[in-house]
Design a protein around this ligand. Structure first.
Ligand code: TRP
Length: 377
């Protein structure tokens, strides 16, 4: 119905458009919400809960209860996440990485980290595979800088580990018809056949630990909810190949700096903070960010602001303010009008600059450790 499309939003692995209604998305995708009971269960097992779980940044899942059931029975799971390499790693990309590191630390489990140079080449982000590879290796430094345990973490580029991936990928692909990719992704006659095959490659790491162990091992995938369509296909194929269905933890997507409806996009550098941004750029971008403030300071003081529609507040909440009490005070003082946008932005920019400086130091150190993490054929 064309009339109904007007205020629609789109979330696919390759396109995010409009203001996302996360409740509707759970219904559309058929996932489960992460509720208080589940959060308390994590607290009981892990001893604490990561702020991204406690605050509902990771808000949806598939079969996470089962992962915890198995864990409590003594069956460890393996973690799996990934990265489509691009020159602009931004702070939004790090959400799953940060939660994945926390899960690795708390549960002492192995992690498979897939770098999809093939995907980024096929979907036209790069003209040459070599460029995709070069960027991939820079992204790997950012990944290592997140703090993963070298003894428990395996990183690989699809094109460098394809000998191991291919036998599994073709088994998956035998169960993925063109009709499925058309229904799930909207593919049509102009999509190249690599694009159509690609999901079978992204499915493989779900099963790598089972193959390594020679017996079934549960797999847990923390990812942005936009990746869920790939894993619906992987979950359907899993039992047909004799494996467990992978479980998922889905995050909301960090909104761009120009407002919730605006796509956060590396092709619009003003809307995102890149990990490589210098202090001046960070301060400039944050000072131009859209807030929930009133048009004048006088009005703001009198009526208060609205943090619920503010991307500056979203940045505190999603990633940059781990302290629950301070986060609450940011929220409350915004509402009351005591906190004005200018000050709030400076405070956020200080936090981001500090975060990026530390990241840069860790990234420098990562350069000497790449080979400790890599799997290659
Ligand atoms: N397709 C993802 C991207 O474009 C990369 C990816 C591969 C991934 N495997 C994954 C992301 C598993 C999350 C979880 O970024």
């Amino acid at each position: 119905m064309p009339g109904e499309m007007a205020d629609e939003f789109i979330v696919t692995p390759w396109e995010v458009k409009g203001v996302i209604d996360y409740d509707k998305l759970v219904e559309r995708f058929g996932t489960q919400r992460i509720d208080e009971t589940m959060i308390e269960r994590v607290r009981r097992i892990a001893g604490e809960v990561h702020p991204m779980l406690a605050r509902g940044i990771f808000y949806s899942h598939r079969d996470f209860n089962w992962i915890l059931d198995e864990y409590e029975k003594g069956n460890k799971f393996a973690l799996y996440t990934g990265r489509g390499p691009s020159s602009g790693v931004h702070v939004g990309h790090m959400l799953p990485w940060i939660l994945t590191k926390w899960l690795q630390d708390k549960f002492h489990v192995k992690l498979y980290f897939q770098i999809t140079d093939d995907e980024k080449y096929l979907f036209k982000d790069f003209d040459s595979l070599d460029d995709a590879k070069k960027i991939a290796y820079d992204n790997i430094l950012d990944i290592i800088a997140t703090g993963f345990d070298p003894k428990l973490t395996k990183i690989f580029l699809d094109t460098e580990y394809i000998g191991h991936l291919y036998p599994v990928a073709i088994r998956v692909s035998k169960h993925v018809t063109f009709s499925i990719t058309r229904a799930v992704f909207g593919f049509g006659h102009s999509n190249n056949v690599g694009e159509i095959f690609y999901t079978s490659i992204q499915a493989v790491p779900c099963f790598l630990e089972s193959i390594e162990q020679g017996s079934n091992v549960p797999c847990l995938i923390p990812c942005g909810i936009d990746q869920d369509p790939h894993f619906r296909i992987a979950r359907d194929a899993a039992p047909l190949l004799g494996y467990y269905k992978p479980a998922l933890l889905h995050s909301k997507l960090l909104p761009g700096l120009r407002g919730f409806g605006e796509k956060m996009s590396s092709s619009q550098p003003e809307t995102v903070i890149f990990l490589s941004d210098g202090e001046k750029q960070v301060r400039h971008k944050i000072s131009n960010a859209l807030t929930g403030g009133r048009p004048t300071v006088e009005e703001h003081r009198r009526l208060g602001g609205n943090p619920d529609i503010c991307v500056v507040y979203a940045n505190y909440q999603f990633i940059f303010e781990p302290d629950e009490n301070h986060l609450k005070s940011v929220y409350d003082t915004c509402r009351s009008g005591a906190r004005i946008c200018g000050d709030c932005k400076v405070e956020l920019a200080d936090k981001i600059v500090d975060y990026l400086r530390k990241h840069e130091e860790r990234k420098e150190k990562a350069r000497d450790h790449v080979d400790e993490f890599m799997l290659r054929d």
